[in-house]
Design a protein around this ligand. Structure first.
Ligand code: FCB
Length: 450
């Protein structure tokens, strides 16, 4: 299978997961600094204080990207580096770092895909109420404007938010992510204000001349166990209702307001919309980024208990998939879920192109003789890139594929024990070793074919 000529190939990372240097050059503190230093929140008490030391090693890392033929690099800007208190004056030294990074990427002929928010909210804004507090949306748009003022002459691809479902419902609902609150109502408010912040920022970026504006969501096809084994399996009426409701909360709660200007009826975020909000939220965007790891497997279950990560969900149970191979995260490997998802999103929102902005897998890796033979990751990537090819053949409008992640890094509440990189990082020496999957991916990119 050959991919379209202008198909974008790349890799993704996020600021708190790789940069380190959490107290340098005037950077303020984020909710992840606070959360990771709170006992019991992150496995082994890991923090992002050093991470991959990318803040100091970015030039070498860009050389590495170049050697892997990457055409695009998706990274995020740390809001507290740019605005240590979350509002007001800009910390020029913080922006200097991204300025250097962008120049280095452009010199290497790699397109910067800049994400404004990948979960590191300035702690002072959380202290004022965080995303459940409406003002945060306005602060986000001001910050977006400040970053664009500095980098808009060179960065063409702008993402407002990464995975607002996760920020809202894991950050404020289940509390497994920062800031670790467990309040379903606050989570629903956060979801609406994240969307409002997205719309305000998208409007401000557009007014400033930006063209490639994207929202990145964590999406998944919602399916029954039987459909995982056989995509054409029949689904009972009760299961179909469970699927529809789950999908409305996971995907449509975010894409319908942005792309269609309305919330699905079931969305708890809708309760917090004021007059005029949906016009702001539905500011035109250019692409939707889809992060896919595994399907969401459900069944109707009238007595299922309420889940704080899923306000609005009733009568649905989540299932695991015994017998299906899984990654080190325990996430089942279901490549056909990605084709299903891309085809479905392209049909539901035909005016907006898609990009796979994250896909990848954690496995136990070992360096031996300067090599990492990560056959399982290589197979995962091959099968999922194949699924993208299938989706293209079925008419889905997919513009590119970015692997998660370039480097092993700080995997949030899982700390450093989960390795998602196509490049191995030895955290004691900061040595980088491209894994076999990276070398394979380099050749896929060179040939633009599988
Ligand atoms: C996604 C996140 C990313 C990474 C992967 C494994 O939800 O966007 O930062 O942690 O999962």
């Amino acid at each position: 299978m050959t991919f379209p000529e202008d198909f974008v190939w790349g890799a993704a990372t996020a600021s708190y997961q790789i940069e380190g240097a959490t107290r340098e050059d005037g950077r303020g503190q984020s909710i992840w600094d606070t959360f990771s230093r709170t006992a019991g929140k992150v496995i082994a008490g890991d923090t992002g204080d050093t991470a991959c030391d990318h803040y100091h090693r970015y030039a070498d890392d860009v050389r590495l990207m170049r050697s892997l033929n990457l055409g695009a690099y998706r990274f995020s800007v740390s809001w507290p580096r740019v605005q240590p208190s979350g509002s007001g004056p800009v910390n020029a030294r913080g922006l200097d770092f991204y300025d250097r990074l962008v120049d280095e990427l452009l010199k290497a002929d790699i397109s910067p895909y800049l994400t404004l928010y990948h979960w590191d909210l300035p702690q002072p804004l959380e202290d004022l109420g965080g995303w459940p507090h409406r003002d945060t949306a306005y602060r986000f748009a001001e910050y977006a404007q400040a970053v664009h003022d500095r980098l808009g002459d060179r960065v063409r691809e702008w993402t407002t938010l990464n995975e607002p479902w996760v920020s809202a419902f894991l950050g404020y609902g289940s509390g497994v992510h920062a800031p670790g609150r467990t309040d379903a109502d606050a989570a629903a408010r956060a979801a609406h204000h994240l969307l409002l912040g997205h719309g305000l920022a998208a409007g401000a970026l557009r007014a400033a001349g930006a063209r490639g504006i994207m929202l990145v969501i964590n999406s998944a096809p919602v399916m029954t166990r039987a459909q995982v084994l056989d995509p054409d399996a029949e689904v009972s009426a009760a299961d179909a209702t469970a699927i529809e409701l789950t999908d409305a909360l996971l995907t449509r709660q975010f894409l319908d307001p942005v792309l269609l200007g309305r919330y699905p009826e079931a969305a708890p975020a809708a309760r917090h919309a004021l007059d005029g909000d949906l016009e702001i939220i539905s500011a035109p965007i250019d692409l939707v980024g889809v992060n896919y790891y595994n399907p969401c497997v459900v069944a109707a279950a009238p007595d299922a208990p309420a889940d704080p990560a899923w306000p609005g969900l009733r009568g649905v149970a989540f299932h695991d998939l015994p017998g299906i191979p899984a990654t080190a995260m325990g996430w089942p490997v279901v490549p056909h879920g990605l084709s299903r998802l891309l085809v479905r999103l392209s049909r539901a929102y035909p005016r907006t192109g898609l990009m796979v902005t994250e896909n990848g897998a954690a496995f136990e890796d070992h360096v031996s003789g300067g090599r990492v033979h990560d056959e399982e990751r290589l197979a995962y990537l091959r099968e999922h890139i194949g699924a993208v090819a299938d989706a293209l053949e079925q008419g889905a409008d997919v513009r590119g594929y970015l692997v998660w992640s370039l480097l092993d890094n700080f995997e949030w509440a899982e700390g450093y024990r989960r390795r998602f990189g196509i490049v191995h990082v030895d955290y004691a020496t900061q040595e980088r070793t491209p894994k076999d999957s990276a070398l394979w991916y380099r050749d896929v990119i060179a040939g633009n074919r599988l």
